[in-house]
Design a protein around this ligand. Structure first.
Ligand code: OAD
Length: 240
């Protein structure tokens, strides 16, 4: 039996931040649990512009593997609980995600800001033209732009790059009555600071995570456990 002291009304603005933990029960590995390694490379080391410059084939191999994995996974009850929350709140809901897997969209959420980009997209390194991965020939070790022949790169925000939607995120944080942080270690900036910023702006902050995250000090109510197991019940209580 999960207890929460909060109850949302349709007038409350609820902003949610998710990380890799919410997709763990769909079968996608998180970044920092387990050994954090991929083919003996630190995951963080293949997620930088420098790594791409130095060894684009290696970086593409990493992202192709992750992209192909998406065909085998589907949203879990944690994702579906957030769809239910959006259905209840409508325009007063916004989902900021660090995830690039598209599972929130698959679950039916519409108000989503994918701050770290999307594994289903890539763009031309010369002219910035965007492509859907599904429309690109992924056979070459480094896929090429079909318009100009330059190398494509995955549309992922790498370490050292500025996340997408920072202006929109700044705006919604100012309006938030509640800020939920789900399945994220609270290590990677600027996402790790959003709970702090929301709280400074007067929001109540709620965390759901397998273990207490690094930014635990900014969380007013914390629920420890698997989001797929506890979020459905929590959402029922918040909106019931
Ligand atoms: P992490 O791997 O750092 O953290 C995932 C968190 O989810 C950990 O605190 C886990 O304990 C928790 N967790 C695991 N399983 C869970 C479950 N079933 N339910 C709830 N929580 C669970 O992933 P992120 O915080 O998302 O960036 O990492 C942030 C960014 O670092 C990523 O977006 C990625 C990465 O490098 C880029 O690729 C740019």
């Amino acid at each position: 039996m999960i207890e929460t002291k909060f109850k949302f009304s349709k007038n409350d603005v609820v902003i949610v931040l998710t990380g890799a933990g919410i997709s763990a029960e769909s079968g996608l590995k998180t970044f920092r649990d387990h050994d954090g390694l991929w083919e003996n490379h630190k995951v963080d080391e293949v997620a930088t512009p420098e790594a791409f410059k130095c060894d684009p084939e290696l970086v593409w191999r990493f992202y192709k593997q992750r992209y192909f994995q998406l065909a085998e996974v589907k949203p879990n009850p944690g994702h579906l609980a957030l769809k239910k929350l959006e259905d209840f709140l409508g325009n007063n809901f916004m989902l900021i995600t660090q995830n690039v897997d598209g599972l929130h969209e698959q679950a039916g959420n519409e108000r989503i800001l994918e701050m770290h980009g999307s594994l289903r997209d890539c763009f031309c390194t010369k002219f910035g033209t965007n492509f859907k991965m599904q429309d690109v020939d992924l056979n070459p070790a480094v896929p090429l732009c079909k318009e100009c022949g330059a190398a494509l790169r995955p549309d992922i925000v790498w370490f050292g790059e500025i996340p997408y939607y920072m202006n929109e995120i700044d705006l919604v944080l100012k309006q938030a009555d509640y800020f939920l942080v789900i399945g994220t270690s609270g290590i990677v900036q600027p996402a790790a600071s959003l709970a702090y910023l929301a709280r400074m702006n007067g929001a109540k902050t709620i965390g759901v995570n397998l273990v207490p995250p690094e930014n635990m000090m900014f969380i007013d109510e914390f629920h420890q456990g698997r989001s797929g197991e506890i979020l459905p019940e929590l959402v029922e209580k918040w909106i019931g």
